[in-house]
Design a binder for this molecule. Structure first.
Ligand SMILES: Nc1ncnc2c1ncn2[C@@H]1O[C@H](COP(=O)(O)OP(=O)(O)OP(=O)(O)O)[C@@H](O)[C@H]1O
Ligand SMILES: [Zn+2]
Length: 886
């Protein structure tokens, strides 16, 4: 086993640590309390989990104070594989609970186990040691240096046996022993079973089951025979009973038949009565039919003589009358048709007459309208002419008015130009007047201001005297100018007045011109109107003449129509008379036809009645026949009644019924006896079945007995084998042990001689019972516990190194996994000389193949001789340990 790496989180004084280990001797040094032992403990705890805790320690002690989670990971090599163990811890200070929450074992990075107990078992078998062996051999804790020496030989023996794999042999021996004991138990069980089965077999055989079975079978045969004879008796009783029943049934059937035949006879008699009644009513109906027929024949004779056809075939007569009537009807319809044609013609004439009258009326209306219109037109033309005359007069009065204005008719054409000219001149004069007014008012204003100043006498600004100044002069000029302007203004006014009067005349002339123009236009339009009116008047006149002509035509046509209408009327009258005559004739022939048809109907009726009568007579004779059939049937039935009476006379029904009761009782008694015997037979066969079962069981038990005897023999053989095996394991172990003890004794003495530098003791002995004895030079023997502290430490080292040497020889394949040697403060009790020897011993251990040696020590020479040094320090501030490797 080679430790390669250790990782710590929150264990004891370590907050965190990741440390690699090398081969060879590593010395761990540091001041007290720096964390050296904690490092070794961490390795130990990582391998064996919470099993490493001493009785005074709990899990929360190894978790760093204040932390709630902690873990340790140890990587190591064993038998060519890389292993890693991880342990997880959790602390809950509030609940005061801490636990090992998980453990994972990996081989070559693959998880093998992930649960603390499984991991613990796996590590134990992988290292071939438990935590105790590890602590006693691999890892010597501080202060536990003499445990191996001080322990009882028995414990020492167990421990060394374990390390040397002798424990396995003991295990096998124990297994063989418990197998032997198990087999022994089986033997005993089986033997007890044999005794039980044997007793059961004997008990069955003692009760004689075969004999009992034979007895029961005989009994069963007797019962069978008895049942058979009773069954025969019962069958007889049954057949007698059935016979009697049959007779009773026969009697009952005859009685039923009699009743049915009697009711049939009654029914037939009733039917016969009904037939007689029917015959009576039929004969009555025949008499009344004959009377009715006589009546009808009388009526026929009467009608014939009344209409004159007493004799002759009725059909021939009727068809003669009917053909006469048809030709008469044809003629009548011919006349009616002709008459209708004529009447139509006449109504046509009346219509055209009415049309003619209407047209004439219309024409007359048009003529009178035309004349009225014509008169209106003429008066309109008259009025227009009068108006023209009026207008002419007005025109000549206008012309007369022009002269006083100094104008002629010709000049009126230019009156607009004249008007424009005069207006322009007037505007011009207005402009000049305004100019003059402005100038005049300016001057007058100036003159007023100067007058005011002059009246004050002095200039208000410069106080100069105004008399004789320029102002006086200009005021005089202004008044001169004002006079001139006023004169000019007066002239202008005069001119304006003359222009105004001229404009008045021109305006007047303009209205005259307008009047003349309007009158001219009106005259022109009036003349047009008159022309139009005259034209329309001519049209009307010719239209009226036209109408007059058409009126004449219409009147002449009218007289023509009236004439032909008179002719038609005459012809219609003639046709009417003809029709009346025909109708009379027709009515007579219709009456004749009616009478003949009535006779025909009566004849048919009389025939029908005659047929009815003969039918009824037939029915009567049928009914009579039926009555005679009924009579013969009744006679038949009465015959069979007599027969039934004679047959039923042989039965005594009371006797039959008492017999039936007797038979039934006998049947019941026999049946219950049979039932009882059946039950008895059943119980017998049940008992026989039980006995048969018992016999079968006897056979089975005998077979079981045979099997059990075989098994006991087999178990005896196995028991002997197990006993032999147990003894063999014991022999092998003690042989190996004595061999090992011999070797161990030799190594102990060799190493002791090497280590021990004083001269007191000669040698040591380890006997077959693992007792250790030390001998002085003079041969005196001492127990190790009597040695001094330093001597005990020395002995312990010697013993352990001897065991390592033995292991290194490869006991039971152990060699490959030789564990590291771990020592915590081994020099404590040693003097200088022995410390030096320890250094040499360590070298020797490395030479025999202990790959890793881990020593906690302050000793300088030990540190100097180390291959590697770990220096451990604890930071006083964080209270956390750390390690530096050299
Ligand atoms: N659960 C814990 N939490 C925190 N610190 C702890 C815990 N258990 C122990 N310690 C501290 O760990 C420190 C290191 O102890 P350790 O036994 O490893 O010291 P050491 O280096 O072996 O000293 P010595 O030379 O005296 O043997 C101690 O100072 C102790 O107070
Ligand atoms: Zn002035």
């Amino acid at each position: 086993m080679r430790i390669k790496r250790l990782k710590i989180e929150n264990i004891r004084s370590y907050k965190e640590l990741d440390l690699s280990f090398q081969d060879g001797v590593t010395v761990v040094s540091g001041v007290n309390g720096s964390g050296k032992s904690s490092l070794l403990e961490a390795c130990f705890t990582c391998l064996f989990g919470s099993k490493t805790l001493d009785k005074d320690f709990v899990i929360s002690d190894i978790i760093r104070k204040g932390a709630t989670k902690a873990s340790i990971t140890l990587e190591f090599e064993q038998n060519g594989h890389d292993y890693s163990v991880e342990q997880f811890f959790r602390n809950d200070p509030e609940k005061g609970r801490a636990s090992n929450t998980g453990a994972i074992l990996r081989r070559d990075s693959e998880i093998l186990f992930d649960q603390p107990t499984r991991t613990y078992d796996a590590i134990r078998s992988l290292l071939s040691m438990d935590e105790e062996a590890y602590r006693n051999c691999v890892y010597i804790r501080q202060g536990e240096i003499d445990v191996l020496i001080n322990s009882k030989p028995k414990d020492r023996q167990k421990m060394i046996d374990d390390l040397l794999q002798l424990g396995k042999l003991e295990e096998y021996r124990e297994r063989a022993s418990s197998a032997r004991i198990g087999v022994g138990r089986h033997q005993k069980d089986t033997e007890r079973r044999i005794r039980e089965v044997d007793a059961a077999v004997r008990a069955i055989e003692d009760s004689n089951p075969a004999e009992r079975l034979a007895e029961l079978r005989t009994l069963s045969g007797n019962l069978e025979r008895e049942i058979f004879s009773l069954n025969e008796k019962r069958d007889r009783a049954l057949s007698l009973k059935e016979e009697t029943l049959k007779k009773i049934a026969e009697f009952r059937e005859l009685a039923a038949r009699k009743t049915s035949v009697q009711s049939q006879v009654k029914e037939l008699a009733e039917k016969k009565d009904r037939a007689y009644l029917q015959i009576g009513s039929a004969e009555k109906s025949i008499i009344s039919a004959r009377n009715a027929r006589e009546g009808i024949l009388d009526r026929i004779r009467e009608t014939r003589s009344g209409h004159g056809f007493e004799d002759g075939d009725l059909e021939v007569i009727l068809s003669g009358i009917e053909s006469g009537e048809r030709s008469l009807r044809d003629r009548m319809s011919g006349i009616s048709k002709n008459r209708a044609v004529l009447e139509k013609e006449q109504s046509n004439l009346a219509e055209s007459l009415a049309e003619n009258r209407k047209q004439l009326g219309e024409l007359e209306r048009s003529v009178s309208q035309g004349k009225e219109k014509l008169a209106g037109l003429q008066s309109e033309a008259e009025a227009a002419r009068a108006r023209i005359v009026q207008l002419e007069e007005k025109r000549s009065s206008v012309i007369a008015n022009l002269e006083p204005l100094g104008l002629t008719v010709e000049k009126l054409d230019n009156i607009e130009e004249i008007f424009d000219l005069v207006t322009d001149q007037q505007k011009n004069l207005h402009g000049k007047e305004k100019e003059l007014t402005v100038k005049l008012s300016e001057i007058q204003e100036r003159m007023k201001r100067s007058g005011d100043l002059l009246s004050k006498g002095k200039c208000p600004t410069c106080m100069q005297d105004l008399k004789g100044s320029c102002i006086e002069e200009s005021t005089a000029a202004d008044s001169q100018k004002a006079k001139e302007l006023q004169a000019e203004m007066a002239a202008l006014k005069k001119k304006q007045e003359s222009l105004d009067s001229k404009l008045g005349r021109v305006r007047e002339a303009r209205t005259y011109r307008n009047d003349m123009e309007t009158a001219g236009r009106e005259i022109k339009s009036l003349e047009d109107t008159i022309k139009g009116l005259e034209k329309v008047g001519t049209e009307y006149r010719s239209m009226i003449a036209d109408y007059d002509k058409r009126k004449e035509d219409l009147s002449s046509r009218r007289s023509l129509i009236e004439e032909s209408s008179g002719g038609l009327q005459g012809r219609i009258q003639v046709l009417k008379q003809e029709l009346e005559a025909s109708e009379k004739e027709h009515a007579t022939s219709m009456k004749l036809i009616e009478a003949a048809r009535k006779v025909r109907m009566d004849l048919l009726e009389s025939d029908r009645i005659r047929a009815d009568i003969s039918q009824t007579e037939e029915r009567i004779s049928g009914l009579r026949e039926m009555i005679s059939i009924f009579d013969s049937q009744i006679a038949e039935k009465q015959e069979s009644l007599r027969e039934i009476d004679s047959r039923s006379g042989g039965f005594d029904i009371d006797k039959l019924q008492s017999l039936l009761r007797d038979y039934e009782e006998a049947f019941g008694v026999i049946s219950s006896e049979i039932e009882r015997l059946h039950k008895e037979r059943e119980s017998v066969s049940k008992q026989a079945g039980m006995l048969e079962n018992e016999l079968r069981r006897l056979e089975e038990q005998k077979a079981t007995l045979g099997r059990l005897n075989n098994r006991v023999e087999y178990l005896n053989a196995i028991y002997a084998d197990a006993e032999e095996l147990e003894a063999m394991y014991m022999r092998i172990r003690s042989q190996l042990r004595s061999n090992n003890i011999g070797a161990l004794d030799t190594f102990i003495n060799e190493i002791f001689a090497f280590m021990y530098t004083n001269n007191a003791y000669s040698h040591v002995r380890l006997d077959a019972d693992y007792n250790l004895t030390v001998f002085e030079k003079d041969g005196t023997s001492l127990e190790p516990r009597l040695l001094s502290g330093g001597e005990r430490a020395l002995f312990n080292l010697v013993l352990r190194c001897a065991i390592y040497r033995l292991l290194s020889l490869g006991v039971a394949g152990r060699q490959a996994g030789l564990p590291p040697l771990i020592m915590d403060e081994p020099t404590v009790f040693l003097d200088r000389g022995h410390v030096n020897q320890l250094i040499k011993l360590i070298d020797m251990m490395r030479d025999i193949g202990v790959g890793q040696i881990l020593v906690v020590s302050h000793d300088e020479s030990l540190i100097d001789s180390a291959d590697h040094v770990f220096t451990v320090e604890k930071d006083p501030v964080t209270n956390s340990s750390s390690i530096t490797a050299k």
